[in-house]
Ligand binder design. Structure first.
Ligand code: GDP
Ligand code: GDP
Length: 452
C-alpha cells in the first residue's frame, strides 16, 4: 500500500523545512525532479518511531510573506493539503499567532483535514505562552515543539499514529463505491473518556468482563499497551472492537504531578485514536466544566459522541433525573442535538448492555452518505423557505451542495460571497441537513466555497 502523505503547512520561517529535514533525515529520495516542475514542494519518506509516511514540505521561502497565499504558492499548498492524510500545522510559538497563521489554518479547515498544531521554537520555556495561545485556533491541543532540538517528537508520534491509522482505514473519496467502513473485519475504535473517578476503569473492566462471557473464551482478548480488542455480538452482526486502554493512561497519570493538565492531553490522545468516544459522566455531578470541555473537544475533533451517565445505582428519582440530564445535554451541547445518553452503573452492571448499541448507532450515522441529487433538492427547498440574506444589496446565492467526506459527514456548498454568510444561516443549513437526512448527534461539517 502506498504510504500516506503528511503535509507540513505554515507561513514562512516558522520552521517547516527544519521539521521536514528532521523527519526525512538523509532519506530525501523522492524530490520531485520532473522537468518543468519547479521545486515548490519537497517530498521525502519520513520515519517517526515505527511510523512511515511521505512528508511534504509546502512552499514558504521564496515569496514575501504578504504574498504568501497568492497564486501558485496558494495552489501548491492547497494541493498538498488535499493530497495529504494529515496536516502538520506549524506556528512560531515565540512570535505568537499572526493573521497569516489564521489564513493557513483556514485553508486546512476548509478541506476538513485532520491537523496537528505544532507550536515550534518552544525549546526551553520560551514558547509555552505561544503554545497555549494556539488553542484558540480551534484545531485541538497544540504541541509545544522544537524542530531544531527535537522537543515534542513523542507527542507528535502519539497524535499522528491514530490519525494515520484512521486515514489508512478510511475511504478517502465518496466517488469510491466500496464502503469499507462497515467491513466486518475492521475494528470499531472506541475510547472511554471522562474526569478522574467517573468510573472509566470500572466500566472498561465490566464491559470486558461481560463480553468475555458473551464471546466465549475462544474469542480471546488481546491486550497491548494501547488498546484492547474484542468482538461485540450485535443483534445484526458481530462488531470487532478496539478499545483505547484508559486504565493504562491512569497508571501513567499517577506518576506525573500535573494531573489536571495531563488528563486533557490524555483525553485528547484517546479521542484522536477513537472513532466513537464514550464520555463517562458521574450521575452525581454531570456536566462539570471539564466534562463539557471534553465533549466539545470530541466534537471539534470530528468524532462521534455517546454520553454514558454512570453511578446510576446511587440515583433516587431516576425518571426525573434522566429528564433533567437530557434537557441539560440539549442545552449545553447544541453542537450535538440528540446525542445518545445511556444511564448505567459500571459497578452493578445495570444497563451496560445499552452502551454498545448506542455506540454502533452513532458510528453508523457518522458514516452517513447523502446522495448529491437529494442534497440539492433539499437545498432548493431550504433556501426557498428561508433565503440567505442580502449583503450590500445583493443576495448571497448557494448554488450547489455535495458531500465530500464521511466520518464525520462533511459537505461543501458553493456559495457566492461565502465569507459573508452569517453563522446563523450556516447553522440553519447544518440543522436542516440533520433533520432532512436523519443524522442526529454526530458532528457535521459544512464548508463554503466560492464559485470558481
Ligand atoms: P520554513 O520557512 O517554515 O521552512 O522555516 P525554516 O525551517 O527554514 O526555519 C526558519 C528559521 O527558524 C531558521 O533560522 C531555523 O533555524 C529556525 N528554527 C527552526 N526550528 C526551530 C526551533 O525549533 N527553534 C528555534 N529557536 N529556531 C528554529
Ligand atoms: P476512573 O478514575 O474514571 O477510572 O474511575 P474508577 O473506575 O477508578 O472509579 C472511581 C470510583 O467510583 C471507584 O471507587 C469505583 O468503585 C466507583 N464507581 C465506579 N462505577 C460506579 C458505579 O456505577 N456506581 C457506584 N456506586 N460507584 C462506582
Amino acid at each position: 500500500m502506498a504510504l500516506s502523505k503528511v503535509a507540513i503547512v505554515g507561513r514562512p520561517n516558522v520552521g517547516k523545512s527544519t521539521l521536514f529535514n528532521r523527519l526525512v533525515g538523509r532519506r530525501l529520495a523522492l524530490v520531485d525532479d520532473e522537468p518543468g516542475v519547479t521545486r515548490d514542494r519537497r517530498e521525502g519518506e519520513a520515519r517517526l518511531g515505527d511510523l512511515r509516511f511521505v512528508a511534504v514540505d509546502t512552499p514558504g521561502l521564496e515569496e514575501a510573506p504578504e504574498k504568501a497565499l497568492e497564486g501558485r504558492m496558494r495552489r501548491q499548498t492547497e494541493k498538498a493539503i488535499a493530497e495529504s492524510a494529515v496536516c502538520l500545522f506549524v506556528i512560531d510559538a515565540r512570535a505568537g499567532l499572526t493573521p497569516l497563521d489564521e489564513t493557513f489554518a483556514d485553508l486546512i479547515r476548509r478541506q476538513g483535514k485532520p491537523a496537528i498544531v505544532l507550536a515550534n521554537k518552544a525549546e526551553g520555556t520560551a514558547g509555552e505562552a505561544g503554545a497555549v495561545e494556539a488553542w484558540s485556533l480551534g484545531m485541538g491541543e497544540p504541541i509545544a515543539f522544537s524542530a531544531e532540538h527535537g522537543r515534542g517528537m513523542d507527542e507528535l508520534y502519539a497524535a499522528l499514529e491514530p490519525l494515520l491509522a484512521a486515514a489508512e482505514g478510511d475511504d478517502e473519496t465518496l466517488a469510491d463505491e466500496e464502503e469499507g467502513w462497515d467491513d466486518p473485519l475492521k475494528p470499531l475504535r472506541i475510547a472511554v473518556v471522562g474526569r478522574p473517578n467517573a468510573g472509566k476503569s470500572t466500566l472498561v473492566n465490566r464491559v470486558l468482563g461481560e463480553e468475555r462471557v458473551l464471546a466465549g473464551p475462544e474469542a480471546g482478548i488481546t491486550r497491548d499497551a494501547v488498546s484492547v480488542e474484542w468482538t461485540w455480538r450485535g443483534p445484526d452482526r458481530d462488531w470487532p472492537v478496539k478499545l483505547y486502554d484508559t486504565a493504562g493512561l491512569r497508571r501513567k497519570a499517577k506518576v506525573v504531578s500535573k494531573l489536571e493538565k495531563l488528563s486533557v492531553a490524555d483525553a485528547l490522545r484517546a479521542i484522536r485514536f477513537a472513532e466513537v468516544v464514550a464520555l463517562l459522566l458521574d450521575a452525581g455531578q454531570p456536566f462539570e466544566k471539564q466534562d463539557l470541555q471534553i465533549a466539545d473537544l470530541v466534537l471539534r475533533e470530528g468524532r462521534a459522541l455517546v454520553i454514558a451517565v454512570n453511578k446510576w445505582d446511587l440515583v433516587e428519582d431516576k425518571d426525573a433525573r434522566a429528564r433533567d440530564i437530557r434537557a441539560e445535554a440539549e442545552r449545553l451541547l447544541p453542537q450535538a442535538p440528540g446525542v445518545p445518553i445511556v444511564f448505567l452503573s459500571a459497578l452493578t452492571g445495570r444497563n451496560i448492555d445499552r452502551l454498545m448499541p448506542a455506540v454502533v448507532k452513532v458510528y453508523v450515522d457518522w458514516n452517513a452518505r447523502v446522495k448529491t441529487p437529494d442534497l440539492n433538492e433539499w437545498l432548493r427547498a431550504a433556501t426557498e423557505r428561508h433565503p440567505p440574506p442580502a449583503v450590500s444589496g445583493r443576495r448571497i446565492r448557494i448554488k450547489y451542495i455535495a458531500q465530500v467526506k464521511t466520518r464525520p459527514p462533511t459537505f461543501v456548498a458553493h456559495c457566492t460571497r461565502a465569507d459573508e454568510l452569517p453563522a446563523s444561516y450556516r447553522r440553519y443549513l447544518v440543522n436542516g441537513i440533520r433533520e432532512a437526512f436523519d443524522i442526529p448527534a454526530v458532528p457535521i461539517r459544512l464548508m463554503l466555497k466560492k464559485p470558481e
